[in-house]
Design a protein around this ligand. Structure first.
Ligand code: SF4
Length: 87
């Protein structure tokens, strides 16, 4: 097994990006269905993030969140209200 240790003191530059993305996807999949936004809603939000000047390498520079994680959360919110829950 070729797995780097993961600690809370690691910088992103010290983490294998592929492994990190894989962990991020696993966290999203482990969310309860009631806590997760639909795929359609998540994609709608991400399209808005993709147009936003605050997006940099998957991170929202306005709040520091990983937009793929935040957008997958049913009650996730954009700090600038560019997207909210689309009921
Ligand atoms: S969460 Fe909001 S402010 Fe952050 S990148 Fe997405 S649209 Fe922009």
């Amino acid at each position: 097994m070729n797995q780097k240790a993961h600690c809370v003191k690691c910088l992103l530059q010290e983490i294998d990006e592929e492994e990190y993305l894989s962990k991020l996807k696993r966290v999203i999949l482990m969310m309860k269905a009631s806590e997760r936004a639909s795929d359609e809603e998540t994609n709608r939000r991400l399209l808005i993030c993709k147009q936003c000047d605050y997006l940099e390498r998957g991170t929202c520079l306005a709040c520091g969140c990983y937009v793929e994680l935040r957008s997958a959360m049913r009650h996730g919110k954009c700090p600038y209200k560019k997207w909210t829950l689309n009921k």
